[in-house]
Design a protein around this ligand. Sequence first.
Ligand code: COA
Length: 362
Amino acid sequence: MNVGIISTGRYAPKLVLDNKRLEQLVDTNDEWIITRTGISERRIIAPSREMPTPEYCKENSLNYNEEMWKWLNETENVYYMGKMAGENALNSAGIKKEDVSLLVVSCNSPLFVFPSQAAILRKMLSLDNAEPWAITSGCTSSIFHMKFIDTYLKQHGGTALSICPDALSATVDWSDRNNCVLFGDSAGAIVFSEVKEGGIQSYILGSKPSFEIALRTGLENQTINTNPLEFSYKKQIERPYFYMNGNEVFKFATRIMGGSNDYEGVIVEALKACGKTVEDIDLFIPHQANDRIIDAALKRCKINRDKVARTVDRYGNNSAASIPVALDEAVQEKRIKKGDTIVFAGFGADLSYGAAVVDWSY
Ligand code: COA
């Protein structure tokens, strides 16, 4: 049995935060951001009202459970983005919700440790027959999904919905120019099922965590105002922040993607695992963190520049959402046809890394 991708979807917030507007928030400039990262603008969630608290509901004689689901379903938040992307992907495949047997969700910016991201989205999407799995591995999450879903569906059959929503705008320090210029919010979704032709061919996964050099963040995101244009310093400064040593992550990312003297890198490794070479690539979909990291991978692996999907200029780094969002954009733009070989490659928090090769089935 072959497991492959049968449709994709995405959601991006309407609020666009371009570099010029960022210049008003923090000591940065458009030229620095573009030359160092390739990012011109990013999307940011803007919830229309604050999340209800148990105290607020009690004072106003409201049912906290009902108010929470209303907030999650009606305001723009990380789970709302996931729901919209998931619905888009199911609609474009014409899949009924009752036919989804597996839901896999990754979110690096959840509002709760539990209930899990998968349990929340299962309810929001009314996926009553789906097993909810939350599997989060930083920005590489969508590639981890591919291996898990491939293995699971080969054993159990059925249809899987993978959703990666992320809103790192809620975790970065909007007064720290080293980090806040890099990230944006959005959600991507992919539907997997049995396919007659093509499908997932190979995957390589791993991680090398480091508290010193890499990415880490606190979990207390509950009360944060996620709109940087209206953000409150005081509220945020009391909070544990997203931390990243950008230079070290840069070195790690370029080596992992493109290889070095003693290592061939994940792209070549995943291609070799299914008997292919870089010449077989029809479309390369890398994690969208920085144009320079993407360009280094292209150069080292000798991949033609026309064969890469790029969204980093308009979305910034959308964390786990970045690969599925770039894939959906490529599908919408009709850059992929049946039989094409697509290579996905990513890296991120956990210092996770991975690559997968998929032959397109439709
Ligand atoms: N605007 C203007 N100047 C800035 C700035 C900003 N937003 N951020 C940093 N600078 C300054 C620094 O303070 C430094 O100034 P100094 O030389 O006076 O000390 C200078 O720019 C150079 O900083 P440096 O860190 O050397 O830049 P860089 O070329 O390495 O680029 C990153 C920094 C973060 C863009 C780059 O290292 C990177 O992309 N790393 C990977 C991050 C990543 O992908 N993370 C997510 C993984 S999923």
